[in-house]
Every structure is written in C-alpha cells, then in structure tokens.
Design a protein around this ligand. Structure first.
Ligand code: F6P
Length: 545
C-alpha cells in the first residue's frame, strides 16, 4: 500500500477529531445528496459513514497513488495481471455486449469464442426448456442438477435463487457441491433419473469433491436406466470446463461440453459456461439481461471518475475501516429473500481474492488485507446478530441492500421489510444517547438505572444500496459492483487478487490422510500426534486395524 498516501488518510481522520456521523449530518443538511452515487440501476447512499470531504479526498488520493486507473485498464485489456499463474483476468470479456468489441490475449481476440459458447449455451438451454432435448428413454428433462463447488457452484446457486421470479418453474434446479454423500443422496431422492440432466461444472475437471459426486451420479443414473453407458450418459450429462482431455476421460462427449478459458477465475465465472444451469432456469434472454447488467457496471467502473465511481468509493470505505479503524469483519445484509445466498457468494469472491498476506513483491504485508465477510438476509439477522452490531465492542461496517418494488406484493410485507432496512441504518448511525434512554425508561415506567443498557452509541457505519427491483440486470450490476470493489482493494493493498494458493495445501494433505484412512493394512502414521490419533480413532471406529 502506498505509505505516504495512506498516512495522509490517517492524518485526515485524525484532523476530523472523532466527529461522529450524527455531527456530520447536523453540520450539513445536504449531506445525503452529496454522499450518494448512482450507477447501472443502483443508488449508493454512503452518507452514513465516518467520512468528511477531507477524508474522502485523502482516500481518493490513495487510489490515485496506487495507479488504480492504469490497473483497471490492464485488466480490461487482457494484460496478464494474475502473475502468479501467468494469466490474464478477463471475466469482463464474458459480458462485453458490444457486438464489435475485440479483446485480445496474446494477440488473439477472445470475443469470437465467447460469443460462440454463449450461442451454444443458448441453443442447448432452449432445447432443454422446450422439451426438444429428451432423456435416453424419450422423456423431457424436468430436473437439472449442477455438480460443482466453489466458483462452479456458488454463482449458479445464488443467481438461480435470486432470479426465481424469471424462471421456468417446470424445471427444478438442484446444486450438489459437498463431497459429503448426504448432499448428493438427498438430491437424488428428489429427482427421477429419466428426467434428470446432470451438469458437471468444473474449471479444472479434477476437483476431488466434484469428480466424486459426478462419478456417483453417473453410477446412480446407469443403475436406473438400462442401455449402452455412453448413450445414456450422452443424454443426461454435460460438462462445463476448460479441460477437454479430462472431460473425455470422464466419459462425456466433447460435443456435450461447454468451454471456458484459463482467464476466467472460478469465483468470477458465473457469466461464462458455468452459468448454464442458470440459463436453463431463466432462459437465454434473461441470461443476456444479466450480462447487460454486468456490462453496465463494467463500463461505469472503467470510465467514471474515481470520486463518482461506485466500486471505488465502496472499496475506499472498506479500506478506511480495515486499515484506519481496525475493523476485522464486514457484513452484507440483503433485504430480499431472493438474495439469501448473496453473502455466501460474496464470501468466496472477497475472501478467496483478498485473503492474502504477501505483497506483489513477495514480502509480507504490514497492514491488514481482505476482511472477514459475512451476512444473512434481513430481517432474520435483526433477530440474531444485530445486537452485537448495535451495542457490541466490535466495529462492523455493513452494506444494506434493498429494492423499492417486490416480486411478491402481498399485503404490506414489502413496506415493513424496507421500513426495517431504513430504520436499521438510522439506528446504527444515530444511536440513542443517555438522555433519550432515560426518556424511554420513563415512558415505559421502568427504573432509570436501566438507561445505560438501553443506550446506543451509534456512529456505526453503513452503506445503503437501493435499486428499483431485483431483475437480471440489477443482479448482474450488483455482482460486478462487488467484483470491482474487491479488485480495487487488491490494487491498493498491492496483493494478487486472482490466485488462491491458500486452498492448495489442504487439498494435498487430504490426499495423504485419505490414503491413511482407507489403507487395508495398518499404516505407519507420519503426521503430528494429534492428526495421528484422530486417524487411529477413526480407523478403530470403522473396525480397521
Ligand atoms: O477451492 C479452490 C477452487 O479452485 C476455487 O477457486 C474454485 O472456484 C473451486 O476450487 C472449484 O474449482 P473447479 O471449478 O476447478 O472444480
């Protein structure tokens, strides 16, 4: 991180001398309007943050000093910014809706292949949705089971739930990710083999969980439908991958494969072939609308000035709380049941991208990087963990996300839902001081000594993101907003956001442990004493030596 520019941020915060959000509002009746941005169908009200003009100025200078604009261009133009894997980072090409756009990697335009796969996906999705694509016994497909994990699961699940109002309800979508057989078994109880399409989604096609689930699903299918294995599999299995050789080895015809490329990171892959299950659910047109939404936010991010740039401003606020105020976590609170899986999706996006402690030059960073991200849909969280956000000792900045219109206008549910959202941001920012708490006690006829417990410090920062309604477009632009926020923070923290070496060690060790768990003869255990004892206990419980 640029030390000089960061020191100026600290100095600007110090100069504000702890001015609270309440005081900031009192001093400026225009504050809400001044600290509101709009982009790609979204309004961001960031006025309820601990920032004044000078803090914002210093934060923007930090972005400038990190060469953010130049780094953005490098990403959009296919430079190999994922240096530890020697790859370009071009998820933005997947949703580039300009029919004339050219985006080059190693001198080759990638757009023709992007468009080709989208067309292939569209034709296949239509044939499943219309019933033209039939199962081996001639029945139409009713159940679509996506088998994948991480980025090959979270995006499709999150978006399929989010866009349910746009879905063909006849088709039921399922997602199997966990290697725990319970996940697969419970889904297989719900579906009928003759009408099921399995989508094996894996960038590498070597991921243990996915390949184990896919093999078991294949065996189950072949135990239910009698016929030549390859012919049955051809009607009921497709693959989404970058690895054709492994797809073929698994027994899936390359004709039934939908490709993507090494420049698409797993957690950024929803707009690639990985979105096939979603496309089958909502149809190619709605999928295209999703891409348009992404694209709108992409263009905003690439062209807006830093001060009016929504992902940049959100990233800078995050940096303020992580690096100046020492906040360790950050909460995403969608006030829409359809966004129930958004926090889980954003957890991978943010924590797998910026959960790094080594700077680009290979040295250890001296400041904190990616925050712990968590959340739940409102209002459920209000009756669970909000207590800590309001009155606990931790500072937890929150993003509140809501829509002016609902897909389910029943009674006054939506007004109540949104009243809660707005009220929470008000309570967090302004709190309730001692005198007000005393007043509250008096009104309720309880002892005034209880006032301290009923006092709310306030000054808890929140962003409010508001859109007209949840549509494929607004979902696409919301995802892109967070992607670019994470990118911006990675640039400022000077870390590589597009690799994920941290997940590798566990994978390697699990292979060794598996060999010890399943060895027929008593193995010589060479782990630490704790791991050895756990393995021995497990083997004993299973009746092994
Ligand atoms: O857990 C690491 C990871 O590589 C994620 O980044 C990725 O999304 C997931 O595994 C699944 O990988 P694949 O799509 O290759 O099966």
């Amino acid at each position: 991180m640029n030390e000089e520019a960061f020191k100026k941020v600290q100095a600007a915060v110090e100069a504000a001398k702890g001015t609270t959000i309440k005081q900031l509002f009192a001093a400026d009746p225009e504050r809400a309007a001044k600290y509101t941005l709009t982009a790609a169908g979204w309004t961001l009200d960031y006025s309820k943050n601990r920032v004044d003009k000078n803090v914002m100025k210093a934060l923007l200078k930090l972005a400038e000093a990190s060469n953010l604009k130049a780094e953005i261009e490098k990403m959009f133009t296919g430079r190999k910014i994922n240096e530890t894997e020697n790859r370009a980072v071009l998820h933005t090409a997947l949703r580039n809706c300009d029919p004339k756009a050219k985006v080059k990697v190693d001198g080759k335009d990638v757009m023709p292949q992007v468009r080709r796969v989208l067309k292939q996906m569209g034709a296949f999705a239509d044939s499943v949705r219309s019933g033209a694509h039939k199962g081996y016994t001639g029945k139409r497909i009713k159940y679509v089971v996506n088998i994948g994990i991480g980025g090959s699961d979270l995006g499709p699940v999150m978006a399929t739930i989010a866009l349910a109002p746009f879905s063909k309800r006849y088709i039921r979508s399922y997602f199997v990710s966990n290697v725990d057989a319970t996940h697969l078994a419970e889904v297989l109880r719900e579906v009928k083999a003759e009408q099921t399409l399995f989508i094996v989604a894996s960038k590498t096609f070597t991921t243990q969980e996915t390949m184990t689930n896919a093999q078991s699903a294949r065996e189950w299918l072949l135990s239910k439908i009698k016929g030549k294995a390859n012919d049955v599999v051809a009607k009921h299995f497709v693959a989404l991958s970058t690895n054709e050789a492994e797809v073929v080895k698994f027994g899936i015809d390359p004709k039934n494969m939908f490709a993507f490329w090494d420049w698409v990171g797993g957690r950024y892959s929803l707009p690639s072939a990985i979105g096939l299950s979603l496309m089958i659910s909502i149809g190619p047109r709605n999928f295209q609308r999703l891409l348009k939404g992404y694209w709108k936010m992409d263009r905003h991010f690439r062209t807006a000035s830093l001060a009016r740039n929504m992902p940049v401003v959100m990233a800078l606020l995050g940096i303020l709380y992580s690096n100046v105020y020492g906040a360790e976590s950050y909460c995403v609170l969608p006030y829409d049941q359809y966004l129930s899986r958004l926090p889980a999706y954003l957890q991978q996006l943010d924590m797998e991208s910026n959960g790094k402690s080594v700077a680009k030059d290979g040295t250890r960073v001296t400041y904190s990087t990616g925050p712990i991200e968590w959340g739940e849909p409102g209002t459920n969280g209000q009756h669970s963990f909000y207590q800590l956000i309001h009155q606990g000792t931790h500072l937890i900045p929150c993003d509140f996300i809501g829509f002016c219109k609902t897909h389910n206008p029943i009674g006054d549910h939506h007004d109540k839902l949104m009243a809660n959202l707005f009220a929470q941001t008000e309570a967090l920012a302004f709190g309730l001081d001692h005198d007000q708490a005393v007043e509250w006690c008096r009104k309720e006829g309880v002892d005034e000594k209880l006032a301290p417990y009923r006092t709310f410090e306030g000054n808890r920062p929140t962003n409010t993101l508001l859109a007209d309604s949840l549509t494929p477009e607004t979902l696409g632009s919301l995802i892109a907003l967070y992607e670019h926020k994470v990118f911006t923070q990675g640039v400022i923290w000077n870390i590589y956001s597009f690799d994920q070496w941290g997940v590798q060690l566990g994978k390697v060790l699990a292979k060794n442990v598996l060999a010890d768990l399943t060895a027929k003869k008593k193995p010589v255990l060479k782990h630490d004493s704790s791991t050895n004892a756990l393995i021995a206990r497990y083997r004993k419980a299973k009746g092994l030596a």
